[in-house]
Design a protein around this ligand. Structure first.
Ligand SMILES: Nc1ncnc2c1ncn2[C@@H]1O[C@H](COP(=O)(O)OP(=O)(O)O)[C@@H](O)[C@H]1O
Ligand SMILES: O=C(O)[C@H](O)[C@@H](O)[C@H](O)[C@H](O)COP(=O)(O)O
Length: 246
């Protein structure tokens, strides 16, 4: 298991990402391994603004929300479970936060409206922050977040918490690919008839949305999961490096 907290490096490399990625590449297609991340030299663990002195603030532990996003069937749950297992952080399944009325609608093949989604999006944002307030350094969240304004709801999360970073992992594939996957999936309220409605309103992240990591999910799941993890680890290194320079 990867842990943000554990000060034991695997092979003496200085970078958390290079350490973990080398271990991960050797195990790309297999069950996630237990590997430990070097901890920051000093950390206050605080999510609050101003609790740290200016010196400590520059060395503060960084917290991350990894929001795995994309239309139904793109592999959000598959990728999110993998990341959460590897990083040893909690995983929030966005589907579980829908009110029953939303589930009933989707089960009946009726797409949700913006109004149906606002409270759900806010609840997901709050649930993510709640996990971090419990002492976790990161959390993985799944949410289709099909439109930019939905993503913007979650983007409020780090407004008042300078050591909190939100990253989207956008799982990108064609409607045809996702239709096949949803058709093959059993026991899910989201039927194949809903895939087209998701693509109808989908606003794929633009280049201007610089907090988005894009992963091509037309490839096999093990390749997709490994690439997602690589990207997460590189991003964590970049964030840690940038914060150390402040
Ligand atoms: N890269 C992939 N290649 C092939 N099948 C996949 C891939 N990723 C996920 N799947 C399968 O596709 C279906 C939908 O994946 P899931 O993770 O439930 O997507 P989502 O949570 O986005 O709806 C599942 O049956 C899953 O096992
Ligand atoms: O915004 C929406 O229309 C819904 O949230 C919808 O996206 C749903 O939650 C999931 O996409 C269905 O579940 P899967 O994504 O797991 O198929």
């Amino acid at each position: 298991m990867l842990s943000y907290d554990s000060p034991v490096s695997v092979n003496g490399q200085s970078s958390a990402a290079s350490t973990i990625m080398s271990a991960t590449r050797q195990n790309m297609a297999s069950t996630p391994k237990t590997v430990r991340l070097p901890a920051p030299a000093l950390s206050n663990g605080s999510l609050t603004n101003g609790a740290a002195s200016s010196t400590n603030a520059s060395l503060a532990k960084q917290h991350h929300i990894w929001l795995v996003t994309g239309p139904a069937g793109c592999g959000k749950s598959t990728v999110a479970k993998y990341l959460a297992t590897c990083l040893h952080i909690p995983y929030i399944e966005g589907d579980e936060y829908h009110p029953q009325a939303n589930i009933d609608k989707m089960s009946a093949g009726i797409p949700l409206t913006d109004a149906d989604r606002w409270d759900w999006l806010t609840a997901l944002r709050e649930a993510s922050i709640h996990e971090l307030e419990q002492g976790h350094d990161g959390v993985v969240l799944t949410c289709s977040a099909l439109k930019r304004k939905y993503r913007d709801v979650i983007r409020v999360a780090p407004y008042f918490t300078p050591n909190l970073h939100l990253h989207f992992i956008y799982l990108d594939a064609s409607e045809e690919v996702l239709l096949q996957r949803v058709l093959a999936r059993q026991n899910h309220y989201m039927g194949a008839n809903m895939v087209h409605s998701q693509f109808d309103i989908l606003e794929p992240p633009t280049k201007a949305e610089v907090d988005v990591i894009r992963v091509d999910v037309s490839r096999p799941a093990d390749v997709v999961m490994a690439e997602a993890l690589d990207n997460v680890l590189k991003t964590m290194d970049q964030v840690q490096g940038a914060s150390a320079q402040k």
